[in-house]
Design a protein around this ligand. Sequence first.
Ligand SMILES: NC(=O)c1ccc[n+]([C@@H]2O[C@H](COP(=O)([O-])OP(=O)(O)OC[C@H]3O[C@@H](n4cnc5c(N)ncnc54)[C@H](OP(=O)(O)O)[C@@H]3O)[C@@H](O)[C@H]2O)c1
Length: 247
Amino acid sequence: MTLQGRVAVVTGAGRGLGRDIALGLAEAGMHLALVARTGQQVRAVAEEATQAHGVRAFPAALDVRDAAAVQRLVAHVEQQVGPIDLLVNNAARIERQELPFWECDVEDAWDVVEVNLRGPMVVTRALLPAMVQRGRGHVVNVTSLARAAARTGTYTGYAVSKRALSALTASLAEPLAGTGVVAVDVLPGLVRTGLTGSMPVWADVPDDGWDDAAATVHVVLDVARGRYDDRSGDVLDAPALAAAREP
Ligand SMILES: NC(=O)c1ccc[n+]([C@@H]2O[C@H](COP(=O)([O-])OP(=O)(O)OC[C@H]3O[C@@H](n4cnc5c(N)ncnc54)[C@H](OP(=O)(O)O)[C@@H]3O)[C@@H](O)[C@H]2O)c1
């Protein structure tokens, strides 16, 4: 299925994986709404997408937890750019300190849960009605195995948020069945970004120990094209799927 002229919303699109996903979708011809709190970063990515690929790209500096701002964005995009075919819930943060739960700042851990879970809930809730009404749409939740948390007992808020996000994806599968709307999780593996760079646990990972962001971009494009429409509610492991594609 061609993605040319279709419309995607990508959250956390100012840097890291979200930026790569946004530019990958633009290369495939999708118009974009790009969300993050740092306006300068989303504006720069939007400009790059437009200049390099000739698509329309609307930068939106907002917090994914702000339901009113998200609602205004969705209304604006649907009116000015077109019906939204793809939502990529990619925005997330991680705890500021690498500490066991019993030593952590629980307010910081809860803020992580809010951004990583309430954010996708707010944005998905805003977009789904129109997708269901049109009988078409894809939702990608970028989630994680939270291996650092499992290995070290740290980043508990992040681990809780990502498990809960997967539960959201799985619990949408049945009610969405037959609506034409598909929701999946995508696991990026371990990708060198600002987020992983802030985590002491990954400081010693050798250059060849990182996964390529291109694997995640590839899977998101495949989801948008309908390749995984029979996998609604499932988890798609981007590096594993990339390895399986290699000759
Ligand atoms: N990197 C990895 O190895 C890895 C592995 C597994 C899963 N993931 C997942 O992949 C996704 C992207 O991670 P990344 O490594 O690319 O992180 P990143 O480089 O830190 O980028 C995160 C993006 O999310 C935005 N963001 C954070 N809080 C936000 C909020 N409240 N509202 C709106 N935007 C917000 C940030 O911009 P502002 O701060 O300007 O808002 C930024 O654009 C996340 O869901 C992460 O959990 C990453």
